[in-house]
Design a protein around this ligand. Structure first.
Ligand SMILES: *Cc1c(COP(=O)(O)O)cnc(C)c1O
Length: 455
C-alpha cells in the first residue's frame, strides 16, 4: 500500500478553538510578536515544539495509575531504570524533570570558566547551560549539515577532522565530547552509527568522556536502519543499544522520544562523576529514586520507551515530515533536505531573501504563518543564536523556521491544512517585513523577548 496510515485509533480528543485571520493579527501584536507568549487556545495547529506535547497511549495512562509515589525505593523507579537500561546500558541513571535539568547537573561538574565543549550542534538549552557556567560551546557538524540543500543521508554527523583539531588545540580545557542525536538545531538531521563510533574512538584516544544528548534516539535509529549500509535488517532496539554502548553518559529529555509529557534523565558510567551528579540531583531535583518526577511519570516513561522503538510508529512518524516537505518543495519553497526526523524546516533566509539576517527572516515567516493559518512554528536562527556571549550580535549559521510535530497528535488533514497555508503565503511573501527586538533578557532570549515590525 502507498498510504501509510496513522498506526493508532483515537480514544480521547481535545477540541481546537477556531480563530479568524483578523483575530490572530491582533493577538500576535498584543503579545509583542513573540509566538511563545501566545495562549495555546489561540493557536490552531501548534508546531512550536514536539517536546512534551505528544499523545500518550492507553497503556501509558494505565501505567500512570500504577505509579508508586513512595519517596524512596519506589518500584516505579525500578521500572523506569530497567526500561532505560534495556536500551541504554549505563551504570548510573538519575531521573530529572527535563533534559535541561540533566544538562545543568552535568555542566555543574564539567563546565566552568575556561572550559570548551564540542558537539555536532549544541541545542539551545545545552548551550545556555554551558555558557551559564562561563564555559564555551562549539559546533563541529560536517559542512554538509550547514547546507540546507545538500542531500547527505547523515547531515548531523560530526566533522571528525575538526574534532581532532579541536582536541589538539584546546587539550585539557575540554572536559567532555558531546553529540546530539538527532541534531535538533541543525534541522533534525541524523547521525550515523559509524560517526557515533568514530567520535567515541576519538574521545577515548584523548581521554575525554563521550556524552550523547539522546533526545531523539529512536528517530535517529530509524534513519540508521533506513540509510546506513548493513543496518536494514537490524531491530531498532539493537541499533539504539549500539549507539549508546560506546558512550560514557547521556542526557535525555523524555518529552521527546520518551513519549512522555515531562521527564528526563542523566546517565553515567563513571562512579566519581555519578557521585557528584547525585549530590547535585538531591540538591536541585530530588531524591535519586524520583529525581524531578512523580512515580507516575517514571511509569509513563518506562511504558513509552517500549512503544517508541515500534517500527510502524517510526515509519509513520518520519513519513509525515517527508510528505509535507515534498509538497512544500514542489511549491518552490526552500525546505531543509532531506526532511528531518521530528520536524520540517524551511530555509527562511533563502525564501525571504529581501529580509537581512539581522532583521530575522525566520521570525518574519513564523509570524506570517500564524497570522495566515493559525499555525505556531519556531524560529531557529538569528533570534535564537545571534546574541554572542560578549553582547554583540551576529547572523546565525542558518535562519530556519521549524515546524515540529507532536507525537501521535495531528492527522493527515492537519498536514494538508499546513500545506494550504503555505499556498496562501506564496503570493504574499515578498511583501513580508523584518523585525527588531525591543526588549530581551541576557540568556535564551527567544523565549521572552519583545519584537516590533520594521517600517
Ligand atoms: C529538548 C531538547 C533538550 C532539552 O530538553 P528539555 O526537556 O526541553 O529540557 C536538549 N537537547 C535537545 C537536542 C533537545 O531537543
Amino acid at each position: 500500500m502507498k498510504t501509510i496510515i496513522e498506526p493508532f485509533r483515537i480514544k480521547s480528543v481535545e477540541p481546537i478553538r477556531m480563530t479568524t485571520r483578523d483575530e490572530r493579527k491582533s493577538l500576535i501584536k498584543d503579545n509583542h510578536y513573540n509566538l511563545f507568549s501566545l495562549k495555546s487556545d489561540d493557536v490552531l495547529i501548534d508546531l512550536l515544539t514536539d517536546s512534551g506535547t505528544g499523545a500518550m497511549s492507553s497503556n501509558q495512562w494505565a501505567a500512570i495509575m500504577r505509579g508508586d509515589e513512595s519517596y524512596a525505593g519506589s518500584p516505579s523507579f525500578l521500572h523506569f531504570e530497567a526500561a532505560v537500561r534495556n536500551l541504554m546500558p549505563f551504570t548510573y541513571i538519575l531521573p530529572t524533570h527535563q533534559g535541561r535539568a540533566a544538562e545543568a547537573i552535568l555542566f555543574s561538574i564539567y563546565g566552568g570558566k575556561g572550559k570548551n565543549i564540542p558537539n555536532n550542534t549544541h541545542f539551545d538549552t545545552t548551550r545556555g547551560n554551558i555558557e551559564a557556567t562561563g564555559a564555551r560551546a562549539h559546533d563541529l557538524v560536517i559542512d554538509e549539515g550547514r547546507d540546507p540543500t545538500n542531500e547527505h543521508p547523515f547531515k548531523g554527523n560530526m566533522n571528525l577532522d575538526k574534532l581532532e583539531a579541536y582536541l589538539a588545540e584546546h587539550k585539557d580545557s575540554v572536559p567532555c565530547v558531546m553529540m546530539t542525536i538527532t541534531n535538533n538545531a541543525g534541522g533534525g538531521q541524523p547521525v550515523s552509527l559509524e560517526n557515533i563510533r568514530a567520535v567515541a574512538a576519538i574521545a577515548k584516544k584523548h581521554g575525554k568522556p563521550f556524552i550523547i544528548d539522546g533526545c531523539r534516539f529512536a528517530e535517529n535509529a530509524w534513519f540508521i536502519k533506513l540509510r546506513e549500509p548493513g543496518q536494514a535488517d537490524r531491530s531498532i532496539t539493537d541499533i539504539v543499544r549500539d549507539c549508546f554502548t560506546c558512550a560514557d553518559g547521556m542526557t535525555m529529555s523524555a518529552k521527546k522520544d520518551g513519549f512522555a509529557n515531562i521527564g528526563g534523565w542523566l546517565a553515567l558510567n563513571d562512579s566519581d562523576i555519578a557521585d557528584l551528579a547525585r549530590a547535585k540531583l538531591i540538591q536541585t531535583e530530588g531524591f535519586p529514586t524520583y529525581g524531578g518526577m512523580a512515580g507516575r511519570d517514571l511509569e509513563a516513561i518506562a511504558q513509552g520507551l517500549s512503544e517508541i522503538v515500534d517500527e510502524d510508529y517510526l515509519r509513520y512518524r518520519i513519513r509525515t515530515n517527508a510528505y509535507i516537505s515534498e509538497k512544500l518543495d514542489a511549491m518552490g519553497i526552500p525546505v531543509v533536505k532531506p526532511a528531518g526526523g521530528h520536524a520540517v524546516f524551511v530555509d527562511a533566509r533563502k525564501w525571504l531573501s529581501h529580509i537581512p539576517p539581522l532583521s530575522y527572516p525566520g521570525h518574519a515567516l513564523a509570524v506570517a504563518l500564524y497570522e495566515i493559518g493559525g499555525i505556531r512554528s519556531c524560529e531557529i536562527g538569528t533570534v535564537m543564536f545571534g546574541r554572542q556571549p560578549d553582547g554583540t550580535e551576529q547572523p546565525a549559521a542558518m535562519d530556519l523556521v521549524r515546524m515540529a510535530f507532536p507525537r501521535r497528535t495531528y492527522t493527515q488533514s492537519h498536514a494538508d491544512y499546513l500545506i494550504e497555508s503555505f499556498e496562501e503565503l506564496v503570493p504574499l511573501k515578498d511583501r513580508l517585513k523584518g523585525f527588531k527586538i525591543t526588549e530581551e533578557p541576557k540568556l535564551m532570549r527567544h523565549f521572552t523577548c519583545h519584537f516590533a515590525p520594521l517600517g
